[in-house]
Ligand binder design. Sequence first.
Ligand code: PGA
Length: 257
Amino acid sequence: MRKSLVAGNWKMNGDKASIETLMNGLLNGLNSGENSVSESIDILVCPPTVYLSQVADEIAGSGIQSGVQNISQFESGAYTGELSLAMLKDFDCRYAIVGHSERRSLFGETDTQIADKCAAALDAGVTPILCVGESLAQRDAGEALAIVTAQVQVVIERCGIAAFNKAVIAYEPVWAIGAGRTASPEQAQEVHGAIRAVLHDADAEVAAATRILYGGSVGAANAAELFAQRDIDGGLVGGASLKVDDFLAICSAAAAA
Ligand code: PGA
């Protein structure tokens, strides 16, 4: 049985005051729920790194965990502007989003760099959330499954299948991110099933245990039907993770799935 995970990717949004308000709202909402949602699923927030310390203080003892949105594959040294995995330990931060489509398309991250980042995260005991997904042109060309499974395969080849005992995959169709348009539950399930099949070809037990999140305009209104799909184990949530009520509703939907 896979425990669902709902991860909020705040992207480059927020400030000290708005983050305090958001976190207070989330913590109050989670504490006041009748069934403890935060015990039945894993909940993660990924703030802009400069606010990691603030978030670490706010979530201490709450069961909510924190992650970063990007990480360096290098250990330390002359890498201006980068953030090392070792630094995360000071903030009890155990997750890193790796290979988000915005990193791939806007900052030129390659499959090889992304695989190196996954390997470095795993070596450091940090769980990578490996993002994969096809563009609209690739979907229209009938290439979605091939693109996505190839993106997963690169990391299997670099890190080994056992790495997925400690990694999370997020399927995020690029055309659905921030678009207000999601993959239908059937479209998402088809890709999630294909990802799990690739893992299964390498190791059935790992495939059964690996969490595969869906991301791309997940909201309060569509979360339940997405999370009801057999191979969807939670969500990577952008815009809706900045709104207390929406994020709480998404967490409740994951807990009920
Ligand atoms: P969205 O973003 O929920 O705003 O579509 C998801 C993501 O990019 O992780």
